[in-house]
Design a protein around this ligand. Structure first.
Ligand code: C2E
Ligand code: MG
Ligand code: MG
Length: 756
């Protein structure tokens, strides 16, 4: 859990770091971009300035040319034809680009059509222009331009041969010139104007708003600029362009370019804000940055929401995975997570791992209902919890009826006592059946901590006594390991024994107390080991059951019985009904019944002469009633009889008897141990026998050893008696000799002979 939170934190930090890096990268790039934009502004400005200068120069040249043509025509006209000349000028004024036209001859004659189309006298014209420096200059052969209020007058000399005969003057309103300076290449952030050789501004663009703010520095700039140009000119350099960065009053840095014109010693100056391009780039960049920041914020919000949701999901998952839904306690996963580091910290046998299971829990569930079963598990969990000494100990509920404990281990005897007390506490919980538990203990003293392996060991120890009726407690210790090794050795020997035909079938007679004769027998397996002698089934049957050898062994016994019956029948002897034991494990594959029938058929034995014994615990515990019924039906389908063995050894659920179609009920030996002096026991046995009779079920009393026991059971109406009172299990030939040849068991007087 903690590591998950940590990874979330790392993830968040990583995301924030990514965003910071991204932002820094964007800022660096934006900066680089605006720098490069500024650099581009320089060359852009120069291009625009060059073009503007070119356009202006062409226009001015155009004006001068048209003035020259008018002047030439004027020179060839008759000076006396005043009316004709006036008409000529008036026409030219209308068709040319000039607002007024004037002609001044070298001898002082003048004619003019002014801005309003009126004709002026020579005196008025000379008044206006005679004193101008420009006129004097023009008369010396230079084309000039001069300013007069809102007007600009272009003057061009008129030649008569090589001699100057006069001057042609074309007047144009300043505003019309200003139109030429309109420069839309800069989006209003730059402008063009014309200066003279002294740096005085001749024509300004009309966008006076823009100029208003910078007028303060403009003159100075232009003067500086002119000074620079002058210096360059003096140094013999060509003055055509100059970049000057100016700081305006408003703090706007401007770039300035100078383009000298071939005409009038004028120059075109173009100015643009230094950040003209970068400003635009910056605007786009700002948009991009804003978009990115918004996106990042959205991304962050989504990220945070995602982490929040993931954490919530995580918490839910943890509560599902870490809490046990049934008991509300700890789950196995949580237990393992907590237990492992504790054991790791102190692996020298400081902790013991205990697995605990409720014996016959399925039966409790079946009899009491799952509600009762669940309730029992909750109460057990509480008992276990109450038995923990401190927080270093743990308990968890695993699947079904399994529990697991981590206990501090100081001393084995103490641990045994604690676990004994726990078993007692659980045993005192009242429910449909007495509650017994199987416990397995593994004291963790392995430096290599492996929870799964430790649990397996505890479970292995626990399972070794899981079939016992009463509560069991097994330590996985050296003795246990030795026993397990011994078991493995024994299993090998059993397999060998089956191959070598070392197993024998003994028969123990079942006697009818009323008919006073042997009416059947039970086949019981024996192992005649070549070195160890006779070994009883209680030693090797449980081992066979744990290793799937039991099927083989049971079939072996069954076949020997069939063979024997066939032999005896051939001799004309009637063996009655012979019962064979069938392990509960065989029921997992009920096809064995089919095989048994095939074996019986092989020996020509009627299956109704054979009874299959199933123990009470098999029918009542692990299988559901319906499954037990299926098995019994199948047994009957194949013609065999069927009995319930060891009835009374565990939980004798009388009520279930009527549900199971058995032919015979074998009452366990434990019923009869104290029966002679115990009236209550007698009543119970009698009731069972009566109940069985009403259900048409035969009864066999097992382990009858004394005549008193025999007498009681005979009087109760028990159908058959089996026990040492008549005979122990005998080898088949001895059995035949005693039962068929000598007829020793019930002599003619009606008293019994005790067997060997
Ligand atoms: P079980 O089927 O209940 O067999 C009766 C057991 O009681 C037999 O023990 C028998 O020798 C013993 N017995 C009979 N009369 C008396 C008596 O008067 N006093 C005492 N103290 N004991 C008596 P055994 O032969 O040692 O068999 C033990 C158990 O082993 C059997 O109990 C049965 O569950 C199992 N078993 C025996 N043979 C086989 C077999 O072939 N297959 C399977 N699956 N189990 C077998
Ligand atoms: Mg039996
Ligand atoms: Mg029995």
């Amino acid at each position: 859990m903690r590591s998950l939170r940590k990874s979330t934190l790392i993830l968040t930090l990583l995301a924030v770091a990514c965003i910071v890096v991204l932002l820094v990268a964007i800022i660096i790039n934006v900066h680089g971009l605006s720098m490069s934009a500024e650099r581009s502004t320089n060359s852009y400005l120069r291009d625009v300035a060059r073009q503007s200068a070119q356009v202006i120069e062409e226009r001015l040249n155009g004006l001068v040319n048209s003035l020259r043509i008018i002047g030439d025509s004027m020179a060839h006209r008759d000076p006396q034809d005043v009316v004709g000349n006036e008409e000529f000028l008036s026409r030219k004024r209308n068709t040319s680009e000039f607002d007024a036209l004037a002609y001044v001859s070298i001898n002082g004659r003048a004619l003019m059509v002014d801005e309003d189309g009126h004709f002026s006298t020579s005196d008025a014209i000379l008044d206006r222009y005679a004193h101008s420096e420009a006129l004097a200059e023009t008369l010396s052969g230079k084309t000039t331009a001069g300013f007069y209020g809102d007007y600009i007058a272009f003057m061009d000399p008129i030649y008569d041969g090589d001699e100057i005969s006069g001057v042609m003057i074309g007047v144009r309103a300043k505003t019309r010139l200003q139109n030429m300076l309109v420069n839309d290449a800069f989006d209003g952030r730059g402008f063009t104007f014309i200066i003279d050789q002294y740096g005085d501004i001749l024509v300004r663009p009309m966008a006076d708003d823009t100029l208003a703010g910078i007028s303060g520095f403009l003159n100075q700039a232009v003067n500086d600029f002119a000074a620079e140009a002058e210096a360059q000119r003096n140094a013999g350099e060509e003055v055509n362009a100059l970049d000057i960065t100016l700081d305006t009053d408003q703090g706007t840095a401007m770039l300035l370019d100078y383009q000298a014109l071939d005409l009038f010693d004028w120059a075109v100056v173009t100015m643009v804000a230094e950040d003209f391009l970068s400003h635009e780039v910056g605007m786009y960049m700002t948009n991009i940055v804003i978009t990115l920041v918004v996106l990042m914020v959205i991304f962050m919000v989504m990220f945070i929401v995602l982490i929040f949701m993931q954490n919530r999901y995580q918490n839910r998952l943890e509560s599902v995975a870490f809490a046990d839904s049934l008991t509300g306690g700890m789950s196995l996963i949580r237990f393992q997570m907590l237990a492992e580091p504790r054991i790791q910290k102190d692996p020298e046998g400081a902790y013991a791992l205990v697995t605990l299971n409720v014996k016959r829990f399925k039966m409790i569930n079946r009899l009491g209902g799952s509600h009762e079963g669940d309730d029992l598990l909750r109460r057990i969990y509480r008992v276990l919890e109450e038995n923990l000494i401190d927080d270093s100990e743990l308990v968890a509920h695993d699947m079904a009826d399994n529990f697991i404990l981590l206990l501090r281990n100081n001393d084995e005897a103490e641990l045994r006592e604690r676990l004994g007390n726990i078993a007692d506490d659980i045993g005192s919980i009242s429910t449909v059946l007495p509650v017994h538990t199987s416990q397995g203990v593994y004291v963790a003293n392995d430096a290599d901590v492996d929870m799964i392996a430790f649990m397996d060991r505890a479970n292995m120890a626990r399972m070794s006594k899981a079939d016992d009726y009463h509560s069991s407690l097994v330590f996985y210790d050296d003795d246990f390991v030795k026993q397990q090794e011994e078991r493995v050795r024994l299993i090998g020997m059993i397999e060998q024994g089956l191959e070598n035909d070392e197993f024998l079938v003994y028969l123990q007679p079942k006697v009818s107390p009323t008919e006073k004769r042997v009416i059947g027998a039970e086949a019981l397996v024996r192992w005649k080991h070549p070195e160890q002698g006779m070994i009883g089934p209680n030693i090797f049957i449980p081992l066979c059951e744990q290793n799937d050898l039991i099927g083989e062994l049971d079939e072996y016994v069954f076949e020997k019985v069939c063979k024997q019956i066939a032999e005896w029948q051939k001799k004309g002897w009637d063996p009655g009904v012979i019962s064979v034991n069938v392990s509960g494990l065989q029921l997992k594959d009920i096809d064995f019944i089919k095989r048994y029938r095939a074996i019986a058929d092989k020996y020509g034995v009627d299956p109704s002469m054979i009874e299959l014994e199933l123990t009470e615990s098999v029918m009542f515990s692990d299988t559901e009633i319906i499954e037990a019924k299926n098995v019994l039906d199948k047994i009957h389908e194949y013609g065999f009889r069927c009995s319930m063995d060891d009835f009374g050894s565990g939980y004798s659920a009388l009520g279930l008897l009527q549900e199971l179609p058995i032919d015979c009920l074998k009452l366990d030996r434990s019923f009869f141990t104290g029966v002679v002096d115990n009236r209550r026991a007698q009543i119970i046995i009698e009731m069972i026998i009566r109940l069985a009779k009403r259900l048409h079920i035969h009864t066999v009393a097992e382990g009858i050893e004394t005549d008193k026991q025999f007498a009681i059971l005979r009087n109760m109406g028990c159908d058959m008696i089996q026990g040492f009172f008549f005979s122990p299990p005998l080898p088949m030939d001895e059995y035949a000799d005693m039962v068929f040849v000598k007829g020793e068991i019930y002599n003619k007087k009606g008293t019994s002979n005790r067997g060997h």
